[in-house]
Design a binder for this molecule. Structure first.
Ligand code: SF4
Ligand code: SF4
Length: 94
């Protein structure tokens, strides 16, 4: 018998050791010129949100370090790095 879990339930299995600063930083000036906002549509953890001025906010604490936003952001707005050693996501159960 297979058991299915929601995205939220799966993400709830992960733990995060949050660093003091973000490891992914969008450039607001670039984001204001970006209509499609691919980051919002593609981040599997739904960490991006649109601001009223056209920029975006990223809740980096829940980042899965998948790199999807880096690839999806065609205007190359993101200053993207992995968290420092010892910080970031600890994936569990795949
Ligand atoms: S896809 Fe890139 S340029 Fe567009 S809003 Fe997201 S981070 Fe900014
Ligand atoms: S690396 Fe993945 S989880 Fe982290 S913000 Fe980008 S798309 Fe979202």
């Amino acid at each position: 018998m297979s058991v299915e879990f929601s995205i939220e339930a799966k993400l709830g299995q992960d733990t995060f050791k949050v660093d003091k600063g973000p490891h992914i930083v969008p450039d607001p000036a670039v984001c204001r010129t970006c209509g499609p906002k691919w980051c919002i549509k593609t981040c599997p953890a739904h960490l991006y949100a649109a601001n009223g001025d056209g920029s975006v906010t990223l809740n980096f604490e829940g980042c899965l370090e998948c790199g999807t936003c880096l690839v999806a952001c065609l205007p190359r707005s993101l200053d993207w790095h992995y968290p420092r050693g010892g910080f970031g996501v600890q994936l569990r159960y795949g």
